[in-house]
Write a protein that binds this ligand. Structure first.
Ligand SMILES: *[C@@H]1O[C@H](CO)[C@@H](O)[C@H](O)[C@H]1NC(C)=O
Ligand SMILES: *[C@@H]1O[C@H](CO)[C@@H](O)[C@H](O)[C@H]1NC(C)=O
Ligand SMILES: *[C@@H]1O[C@H](CO)[C@@H](O)[C@H](O)[C@H]1NC(C)=O
Ligand SMILES: *[C@@H]1O[C@H](CO)[C@@H](O)[C@H](O)[C@H]1NC(C)=O
Ligand SMILES: *[C@@H]1O[C@H](CO)[C@@H](O)[C@H](O)[C@H]1NC(C)=O
Ligand SMILES: *[C@@H]1O[C@H](CO)[C@@H](O)[C@H](O)[C@H]1NC(C)=O
Ligand SMILES: *[C@@H]1O[C@H](CO)[C@@H](O)[C@H](O)[C@H]1NC(C)=O
Ligand SMILES: *[C@@H]1O[C@H](CO)[C@@H](O)[C@H](O)[C@H]1NC(C)=O
Ligand SMILES: *[C@@H]1O[C@H](CO)[C@@H](O)[C@H](O)[C@H]1NC(C)=O
Ligand SMILES: *[C@@H]1O[C@H](CO)[C@@H](O)[C@H](O)[C@H]1NC(C)=O
Ligand SMILES: *[C@@H]1O[C@H](CO)[C@@H](O)[C@H](O)[C@H]1NC(C)=O
Ligand SMILES: *[C@@H]1O[C@H](CO)[C@@H](O)[C@H](O)[C@H]1NC(C)=O
Length: 810
């Protein structure tokens, strides 16, 4: 079958292609981008950037066919226990070989020799025990060697011989115990940094090493059980950094530096956790150059094998030595308390975790260049006035984790350049303004800091005073620190704070106020914190957030209000809307804000509460009402301008209506003063006097109201008209051309009070209802009869009125 045939041809073709592919990969691996178990990164035509990444692949052997041009090969985290002689053959371009955590325990002689361009070799966290003679042969350009975290105990004397470019060797955490093993390394001509901490060296003696590199500037010997540190020859003349922290053996470390000039270049010294007496410590400090810049002496009394408990004891113990010491190092000490006085260049001093009880004027003199002083984690209980006053360059003062229970006004006097003060986690419970030190650690009463304890700290940027057990801060606390940028007063028990506290620090950027029992943020409204970008008020008792509060923080970008007992209701509607819509401020954990009240919403998430109905869009209402008002005003002014008289008329009509309603309630149907009000134009007065009056008042005995006769003088004309109309049961309008031309054109559709009398021919389209005065020569009897009937009808609707119907029929 053709189909089957085609199928078998296809599989043959595929097989063929696969073979070709395989051959190609094997034949020319350098050009291939495909490498089993690895990723190739970079550009074939730019080999200096090509990386082959084979890390964390469970490889048991080094992949063959690694592109020869590779410059960076990463084989970290595999299971290659042995590097074979030919594994790296041809990789003459490789500069970085990274193989940590690859379980390597064996490297065949010469296996690394092909890597002639190698600069960095990473073999940390492997299982190497010995560095053999030819291990690093040929690595003439190697400058950085990581061998930390292996099991190396012996180093062959010639293993480092060819590493003439080596600058840094890390042998931390190995099993080295004899300093002689390190000799081949320290004599490398360009060695700069040697890390041999956490090994098993029991002594460091200068006779064990010689011909040391003149470039060696860092020696890390920390965490070795050194019983002896003895330098009897000038083997480390250029050493700048010496770390012997946590060294010592059974509570002792013998420090024996014969001549001060041996360590004359050391400017960084770490003496932390050294188990040696302060007597020795004093001697150690004498043997280093006074140009020391960085001195770390933390954990000095850890384990407390020594009886000494306070820093003052250093001084006490040092002073007897000093007296008969021929060494001039401390010769200028005037008072035994001035331990550090002559460390003129010192700018970092770390004395943390030392169980120091009192400072005992240790910083009253000297240390003018000190910028950082760490006294955290001691047992200081008070800070007295001027305790630090000679530290004029101090920038950072760390006093957290002590037991400071009292602090005097002016405690930080003189620290004009201090930018960071950390007082956190102390138990400040009492303060004394009259220079009496009160120890009252267990006293839990009204607690506050003295008003002026920050006096003089005009450069202060950061103040940390969390967990101090204080209950209030005087509103003038920060008037001395106008540049304050960072303030942490969380974990105190303020309940309320005054806005005035923050007014002297308008540059504040970050405010930490969590766990401070704060019930409302309203104090922020008047606090003038327009530059605050970070506000943390989590774990307080805040129930509602006033919109004005956040309006008063225009720069806010981060708000932490987690774990507050929110009252969920319409008062939060804006807050919810704000959190969801504001694109400037990130509200952390907003989705987790939980209602605490009302009871039926307890434990509901604030964002899940239906508050849409609360959000009345005030803006829309304002818009609508304003629009209406504007339109009304427009219409009114147009109407007034173009229809002035109609408006006035309408107004009086309205008044009339009111009056009418009033009168109707007041008067009985026959309580009217007149039977008819006669409305006429002055030109028609003769007709009214001659014809109408004699007939209606004389013959028919109606009582008429005529304006020229019955209007009360002194009363407003319009009131007279109103009184006349409403004091009459009917109104008779004597209509002539002149009457119609006049403005007084009154009709009332609702009420049949109007009887129109025509003196001349009027076109009917100008009229509504009327009785016509007969033409000259005609009989007037019918006219008067109809008028009588009209006047006799009572008030009522038009339908009941025969006259008007009749008139219409005319
Ligand atoms: C590879 O590197 C060459 C030379 O640096 C450059 O001209 C070429 O554009 C690069 N190709 C890619 C794909 O980056
Ligand atoms: C990668 O190498 C391991 C061990 O060498 C092997 O078991 C695995 O199959 C290889 N993976 C691939 C994708 O070739
Ligand atoms: C070793 O480094 C030097 C100086 O950087 C360089 O000139 C030389 O080519 C390097 N050797 C190899 C094999 O890359
Ligand atoms: C030396 O090794 C230790 C232990 O692995 C490591 O902590 C340290 O950072 C290393 N130092 C350098 C300079 O590589
Ligand atoms: C130190 O160097 C000198 C001269 O360069 C040499 O004679 C001596 O053997 C070297 N010492 C060691 C221990 O390598
Ligand atoms: C210390 O060494 C210097 C120079 O090496 C020397 O001048 C001085 O005399 C030595 N001092 C002592 C006390 O040995
Ligand atoms: C201390 O160091 C300074 C600066 O490095 C140097 O000038 C001075 O000579 C050194 N003092 C001693 C006693 O070696
Ligand atoms: C000793 O102090 C230096 C800083 O001077 C620090 O880098 C180093 O880690 C410290 N050593 C130990 C063991 O803590
Ligand atoms: C200090 O002592 C404590 C226990 O007393 C111990 O847990 C800690 O590891 C010690 N720290 C150092 C740096 O030795
Ligand atoms: C404070 O710092 C400034 C600049 O950092 C410096 O010029 C000034 O001398 C310092 N003041 C004191 C008393 O050290
Ligand atoms: C919010 O604060 C302002 C200013 O103190 C106040 O006038 C207003 O009544 C407060 N609003 C609420 C809902 O408490
Ligand atoms: C934030 O929102 C306002 C108005 O809601 C808008 O004008 C502004 O461009 C937005 N900013 C960003 C960064 O999205």
């Amino acid at each position: 079958m053709p189909g089957k045939q085609r199928g078998s041809t296809f599989s043959q073709l595929r097989l063929c292609l696969c073979f070709l592919m395989y051959c190609w990969v094997l034949a020319d691996p350098v050009c291939g981008y495909f490498l089993k178990n690895c990723t190739i990164r970079g550009n074939l035509s730019d080999p200096s950037n090509m990386k082959v990444l084979c890390y964390n692949r469970n490889l048991e052997v080094i992949p063959i066919a690694i592109p020869r041009k590779v410059s960076n090969l990463d084989l970290a985290m595999n299971k290659v226990s042995k590097i074979e002689k030919l594994d790296f053959k041809g990789l003459s371009n490789l500069k970085i070989l990274n193989m940590p955590r690859t379980q390597i325990s064996q490297v065949e002689n010469g296996a690394l020799g092909y890597l002639e361009a190698l600069q960095v070799l990473g073999l940390a966290h492997n299982r190497l025990t010995t560095l053999s003679d030819y291990l690093f042969q040929g690595l003439a350009n190697l400058s950085l060697l990581h061998l930390d975290n292996n099991l190396i105990a012996t180093i062959s004397s010639s293993s480092f011989q060819t590493l003439s470019s080596l600058k840094t060797v890390n042998l931390t955490k190995n099993n080295l115990y004899n300093m002689k093993e390190v000799q081949p390394i320290v004599q490398l001509p360009h060695l700069q940094e040697l890390y041999i901490g956490s090994n098993r060296f029991t002594s460091f003696q200068s006779q064990e090493i010689s011909n040391t590199s003149i470039e060696l500037r860092l020696l890390d010997l920390s965490r070795n059980p050194l019983g002896v540190f003895r330098i009897t020859a000038d083997v480390l003349p250029y050493l700048e950094v010496l770390d012997i922290a946590y060294c010592g053996q059974l509570g002792r470390m013998e420090w024996d530096v014969l001549n001060r000039s041996f360590l004359s270049n050391v400017n960084r010294l770490n003496l932390s956790g050294i188990e040696m007496s302060f007597k020795r410590m004093g001697m150690v400090l004498q043997t280093v150059n006074s140009s020391l810049v960085h001195l770390r002496m933390q954990d000095l009394l850890n384990g407390s094998r020594l009886k000494v408990k306070a820093l003052t004891d250093i001084a006490v113990q040092i002073s007897p030595i000093l007296q008969d010491s021929h060494n001039s190092f401390f010769s200028t000490i005037k008072s035994p308390t001035c331990v550090f006085q002559d460390l003129k260049e010192l700018w970092i001093l770390k004395l943390g975790s030392n169980k120091i009880l009192t400072l005992n004027d240790a910083f009253m003199n000297g240390l003018h260049k000190l910028e950082t002083l760490n006294l955290a984690g001691n047992k200081l209980s008070s800070i007295r006035k001027g305790e630090f006053k000679s530290l004029t360059s101090l920038k950072t003062l760390l006093l957290y984790d002590n037991q400071i229970a009292s602090m005097e006004d002016g405690a930080f006097e003189g620290l004009v350049n201090l930018t960071e003060l950390n007082l956190g986690s102390n138990k400040i419970t009492q303060t004394d303004i009259r220079n009496t030190v009160i120890f009252s650690q267990r006293h839990k009463g009204l607690s506050h800091l003295p008003i002026n304890f920050l006096e003089g700290l005009k450069s202060l940027l950061s103040f940390q005073a969390g967990s101090l057990n204080i209950k209030d801060l005087h509103r003038n606390t920060f008037i001395h620190t106008p540049r304050l940028w960072f303030l942490d007063i969380s974990k105190n028990e303020f309940t309320a704070l005054t806005p005035k506290l923050f007014r002297p620090i308008p540059r504040l950027n970050s405010l930490y106020l969590s766990k401070a029992r704060i019930q409302s943020l309203d104090f922020l409204i008047a606090a003038n914190l327009s530059r605050v970008t970070f506000l943390q008020v989590s774990k307080n008792d805040i129930t509602v957030v006033n919109e004005t509060v956040l309006q008063s923080l225009p720069a806010l970008t981060y708000l932490d209000m987690q774990d507050n007992p929110f009252t969920c209701g319409c008062s939060d509607a804006w807050f919810v809307q704000w959190m969801e819509s504001d694109n400037q401020t990130q509200v952390v954990g907003a989705g987790e804000f939980t209602c605490n009240y009302p009871a039926d919403l307890k434990d509901t998430k604030l964002l899940d509460v239906e508050l849409q109905f609360c959000t009345v869009d005030l803006g829309l209402y304002c818009y609508i009402s304003t629009t209406c008002l504007v339109l009304l005003t427009l219409v009114a002014s147009f109407a007034y301008h173009f229809l002035k008289w109609h408006v006035i008329f309408g107004y009086y009509l309205f008044l009339a209506f009111l009056y009418d309603t009033k009168q109707r309630n007041k008067l009985t149907p026959h309580g009217c003063q007149y039977d008819a009000f006669i409305s006429y134009n002055a030109h028609d007065k003769p007709w009214v006097l001659r014809e109408l009056l004699p007939e209606l008042e004389g013959k028919q005995v109606w009582k008429l109201c005529l304006h020229h006769r019955d209007f009360q003088p002194g009363k407003r004309i319009i009131d007279n008209i109103m009184d006349g109309i409403y004091g009459s049961r009917k109104t008779i309008c004597v209509i002539s051309h002149r009457y119609l031309e006049s403005d007084f054109w009154l009709f009332d559709e609702q009420k049949d009070v109007l009887i129109l009398v025509f003196l001349e021919e009027i076109p009917t389209h100008q009229l509504r209802t009327y009785l016509s005065w007969p033409r000259a020569g005609e009989q007037t009897g019918v006219f008067w009869q109809q008028l009588r009937l009209a006047l006799e009808t009572k008030d009522g609707s038009a339908e009941e009125n025969p006259i008007l119907s009749g008139v219409q029929a005319l």
